[in-house]
Design a protein around this ligand. Structure first.
Ligand code: FE2
Ligand code: FE2
Length: 408
């Protein structure tokens, strides 16, 4: 199989190419044209079988190899907790250098933190933080009733497209966001879609409900003060992780691509809760991470006695949202422990990749370690990461106007 980045017009297909739903995109024996490559990308196809030998990926033209190497070296310290000897991590570092070189971006910088409170004035350390969180009655941001209605649609195999469209239409902002995503290149629909009912028909009731549910939940948290976290960067990180998770799911031929999009979108939900309700404690964890060169999850463990992933799980469980979302949020830093390891592994790899590229941030400034078992569960060649990285960046940039709907 050849990664799409290496496929050139004029190559001949050795096997049929199908999308995630099994629909034939181009049959065996056909010559690949530039238009076909575009269609494969739109439908999340990342590898195809072509006849004859193909050469390994070359750096794209226009990028000075010396500049690339210099950038790669500058990025290396961010990878101090990732095993750079692992082929997938090495490929992520290369993809990160390419991503930043192509856009002339410097290595990502850690945003400034507000000054620390004088000694003794800060919050007490809480070792049993998860318990406190579970016991304390926290007035969570109001989750629109639409989320619960969408959840019912996902759980009900008999739910109709009409019922689904009815639920979504209750929120004009959700309708606008959803149509924007559905009309983006991520879906590659042949003509613009201006009605939710048509989007449901094209994408599927349960899949579109899952997408709408993820968007509704994340937008409920948009009013977090900038002093603690830059919500725009948080959303960028979350959306990029959703897109990358969806692309990996498509490569694995999973049918729940939109559920994986939402799982990626919501993976760091627990961090939003912490920023919103326990800002001083989270600032403490952010400072510890910076001071000691720790990954933020390790600093959370030390400062709060638990990590954001567990908080996210409690929340999703409390709202009775789909188990796939709950497991992916709960286990995205230790996917092998999940009762459903593949979705958690997908979100884990997507998260590490997006952190490596430095697209947005949920507060983390380093690249979290990649779990080798999770990478193996994906069963993909390391070269596929370059194509997922490029597609993620491309789709995210195309969706930039979503920020307007998602932020106040
Ligand atoms: Fe996380
Ligand atoms: Fe993350």
């Amino acid at each position: 199989m050849t990664g799409l980045a290496q496929v050139r017009p004029g190559m001949v297909l050795a096997e049929d190419v199908r999308d995630v739903n099994g629909r034939l995109l181009l049959s065996r024996g056909k010559t690949i044209g530039a238009e076909h490559i575009r269609i494969f990308k739109m439908w999340g196809v990342s590898r195809v079988a072509v006849r004859g030998e193909t050469k390994p990926a070359a750096d794209p033209p226009g990028v000075d190899p010396r500049q690339l190497e210099a950038l790669r070296r500058e990025l290396e310290p961010r990878f101090r907790h990732a095993d750079r000897g692992h082929p997938a991590v090495a490929e992520m570092l290369r993809a990160a250098a390419l991503y930043r070189a192509a856009r002339r971006l410097p290595p990502p910088e850690a945003p400034e933190l507000p000054p620390e409170a004088p000694a003794g004035g800060g919050p007490a350390r809480r070792r049993d933080f998860l318990e406190i969180f579970m016991e304390r009655e926290i007035a969570l941001p109001e989750i629109s009733t639409i989320v619960f209605e969408l959840n019912e649609v996902i759980a009900n195999p008999l739910a109709t497209a009409d019922r689904m469209a009815q639920v979504i239409h209750k929120s004009p902002s959700l309708t606008a966001m959803l149509l924007k995503i559905v009309n983006s290149a991520l879906y590659g629909l042949p003509a613009p879609v201006d009605r939710v009912s048509l989007a449901v028909t094209l994408i599927g009731t349960r899949e579109l409900s899952a997408l709408a549910l993820g968007l509704s939940v994340i937008s409920a948290f948009r009013r977090i003060p900038r002093r603690v976290i830059d919500m725009r960067r948080f959303l960028e990180h979350s959306l990029a992780c959703g897109i990358a998770s969806r692309l990996f799911a498509a490569q694995k031929n999973l049918r729940q691509t939109e559920q994986l999009f939402s799982a990626g979108l919501l993976h760091d939900l627990g961090r939003l809760v912490l920023y919103l309700f326990f800002p001083e404690e989270m600032l403490g964890a952010l400072r510890t991470a910076r001071r000691e060169g720790l990954c933020l999850s390790d600093a959370e463990r030390r400062e709060l006695g638990c990590i954001h992933a567990w908080i996210g799980q409690v929340l999703l469980q409390r709202w009775r949202l789909p188990l796939l979302l709950e497991h992916a949020a709960s286990f995205h830093h230790e996917p092998e422990a999940s009762p459903d390891p593949l979705p958690a592994a997908i979100v884990h790899v997507a998260d590490v990749l997006v952190n490596a590229l430095g697209i947005g941030s949920s507060g983390e400034v380093l690249v979290p370690p990649l779990r080798p078992a999770a990478w193996e569960a994906l069963g993909l060649p390391p070269e596929s990461l370059a194509s997922v990285a490029a597609q993620t960046a491309h789709h995210l940039e195309a969706m930039a106007s979503l920020w307007g709907e998602a932020l106040p």
